[in-house]
Design a protein around this ligand. Structure first.
Ligand SMILES: [Zn+2]
Length: 363
């Protein structure tokens, strides 16, 4: 099944297409923006535009190169997504294992192009970075440009507490081979290693309009959703197609517990907070990190709210009473720290108890 079409981001697409035509596109890009707005899909679109034999403002969609990209079969398009840590002890075998795991993910995406974020424990380990190095050192198969997409780049390395992988990535990004384009994507640029961030040109993607989300759902739900269901989901989506697709599943659960936790936090330290912390028992680390991501997203939305932007997802009202976004940004930093700690060998319950108290202090 070909990739689902890209929805929205028209202005960004125009800017990117202009840069491609003028030959001024930076070689390292960092796409940032909320979950599920199509950051990796836009990266694939850009790859398609670059490879297309008849590209104008948009890729033509019908040439050989376009077909190869849309089928995820283009030999010069390398899409790296977080995967489970390879188990082999030997570094070379680890690289092979990472290659196999990625091939498996691509096979799934060919069958089911709509996907939810990677499991909370999946990451880009040193094996992935070595694989990337290996592929980057080869020449182009089709004789033209090469495009490397690194999805969820915030999951690159630091959890391994090995500077080796980070340094290897930096070397790649510092001197991209001629004709190579690296596109990294992330929810929040502050989560990407600062040394990587400083080498990439940032491109910020906003939430989609309700019409864009509606358009997607009308055309790409299988079996087709009823108009009532579509309207319900559009209202919940807050401009994120990914959100509409995973709502009701794990991500919906993560957002609900994040909202409950924040509602208890704003009441201050006390019984409500203790109850909220006690209720959330996390057996799977993936669930816990998904909740932390939902917490970060909700706080970010509240911060936007305090700056006068419309708030498009459920945010506990008291969070919006702040006259400036400063306390919310401090809270976001605490969540970011907890997110990093969560990747290590820390008990989620203890981590959450500490985080709850810290949030109660700043909010
Ligand atoms: Zn084409």
């Amino acid at each position: 099944m070909p990739l689902t079409p890209l929805f929205g981001h028209l202005e960004t697409r125009r800017r990117l297409a202009k840069a491609v035509r003028a030959g001024t596109l930076p070689q390292v890009l960092l796409f940032t923006g909320p979950t599920g707005v199509g950051k990796q899909r836009l990266a694939l679109w850009l790859g398609q535009l670059i490879f297309c034999e008849r590209a104008g403002e948009e890729p033509c969609g019908s040439c050989r190169a376009c077909h190869l990209v849309l089928g995820l079969n283009h030999a010069d398009l390398h899409w790296f997504v977080p995967i489970t840590r390879p188990k082999a002890g030997d570094p070379d075998k680890q690289v092979d294992e990472a290659a196999e795991a990625l091939a498996g993910v691509m096979e799934e995406r060919r069958k089911q192009p709509c996907y939810t974020p990677a499991d909370g424990m999946a990451s880009h380990t040193i094996a992935t970075v070595r694989l990337l190095q290996r592929r980057a050192s080869l020449t182009s198969v089709e004789g033209g440009a090469r495009v490397f997409i690194i999805g969820e780049a915030d999951r690159l390395v630091p959890q391994e507490s090995s500077p080796e992988a980070a340094n290897a990535t930096l070397k790649l990004l510092e001197e991209p081979p001629p004709g190579a384009l690296y596109i990294l994507t992330t929810l929040d640029p502050r989560r990407v290693l600062p040394t990587i961030r400083s080498r990439a040109a940032p491109i910020r993607l906003n939430r989609l309009s309700d019409d864009e989300v509606r358009g997607f759902l009308r055309q790409h739900t299988e079996p087709r959703w009823s108009p009532e269901k579509i309207e319900q989901r559009v209202a919940l989506a807050a401009g994120s197609i990914g959100q509409t697709l995973s709502e009701g599943e794990e991500s919906g659960k993560a957002y609900r517990s994040a909202e409950q936790l924040l509602a208890a936090v704003v009441e201050g330290p006390g019984p409500a907070l203790e109850r909220a912390l006690g209720q959330a028992a996390y057996s799977a680390r993936g669930e816990f990190t998904a909740m932390l991501d939902a917490l970060a997203d909700t706080l970010g939305e509240a911060a936007r709210g305090t700056m006068g932007h419309p708030v498009r997802r459920a945010v506990p009202q008291p969070l919006l009473r702040h006259a400036s976004p400063a306390p919310l940004l401090r809270a976001l930093e605490r969540v970011g720290e907890a997110r990093e700690a969560a990747a290590g060998n820390v008990n989620p319950q203890i981590l959450l108890a500490v985080l709850g108290e810290e949030l109660a202090e700043v909010l």
